[in-house]
Design a protein. Structure first.
Length: 279
């Protein structure tokens, strides 16, 4: 019954946000493939990699601890206030969705009342239900606290899109606080004339970040973590010239994005014909 409910949620939300119903039985578009992934993939490793706490353990074991940002705290709720002696700046996150972030950068002391309201909201919701995103429903919610690794602005975010085990293009996002800027490059770092968004335009200013020194290592790591999945997006930062793991997502934008028809079909065709075996 849950899968049937997810099916109707996916159909309704896709129609509302993309402007048409998806074809989930002859899926050819990237955005349709994401919906099929939500409904049909049931692979335990997906839950592990989508969990921001467990994913760091996997990355530390398979790539090396130097790829991960240290964990200051992880638990089902915040510890007592007198135990929250984390060095500033730091970030408080939900482990089971991308929107749960609270940046504590100073110089003012943390607003614990506001932070606790946010954390209570995160811990009290079942994320993934509204959009039929199975994997997020399966993640036991936790609070994760990490050092803030930016210098004012968060570091540049390199989002590698991996199709059938091969990284094809990277979305570069920067200046999150000042006004998000985006650019997309192919595997060989040649500029592409689009972004994976329908609410912004590609940025063509003079301050576009150069190719990171550790980009080849990012490609190898992304392909390792995404092995066995028809598609995954693996995100990284570069800190002092070294790659740093960010997160893994299997449903970027939940697949509810108005891509140009040519791109939607092009990147849909890059998914393999056969879905991976569940279990």
């Amino acid at each position: 019954m849950r899968i049937l409910a997810d099916y109707f949620r996916v159909m309704r939300q896709y129609r509302r946000r993309v402007g048409r119903y998806p074809n989930l039985f002859r899926d050819t578009r990237f955005t349709e493939k994401v919906q099929v992934a939500k409904l049909r993939w049931r692979i335990p490793r997906m839950v592990v990699l989508a969990d921001k706490v467990l994913a760091k353990q996997v990355v530390a074991e398979e790539l090396g601890r130097e790829w991960t940002t240290p964990t200051l705290y992880a638990g089902r709720s915040l510890p007592p206030r007198d135990a929250r002696n984390w060095p500033m700046p730091f970030v408080i996150k939900a482990n089971n969705w991308s929107g749960g972030n609270y940046f504590v950068t100073g110089p003012q002391p943390p607003d614990w009342d506001d932070i606790e309201r946010s954390v209570d909201y995160w811990m009290g919701r079942t994320f993934g239900r509204s959009f039929g995103e199975w994997v997020y429903r399966e993640i036991p919610p936790q609070v994760l606290v990490e050092p803030y690794i930016g210098a004012g602005e968060p570091p540049v975010d390199y989002r590698l899109h991996v199709f059938d085990g091969r990284a094809d293009f990277v979305s570069v996002n920067w200046e999150r606080f000042a006004g998000l800027k985006r650019a997309v490059y192919d595997r060989d770092w040649q500029r592409l004339p689009f972004i994976m968004s329908d609410d912004a335009e590609p940025y063509y200013g003079n301050d576009i970040p150069p190719m990171p020194r550790s980009y080849p290592e990012m490609i190898r790591a992304a392909e390792h973590l995404a092995a066995g999945f028809p598609f995954a997006r693996v995100d990284f930062y570069e800190i002092d010239g070294l790659p740093r793991f960010g997160e893994v997502t299997f449903y970027p934008n939940s697949g509810f994005i108005r891509l140009p028809e040519e791109l939607d079909l092009k990147y849909g065709a890059m998914w393999p014909d056969e879905l991976p075996a569940n279990g």
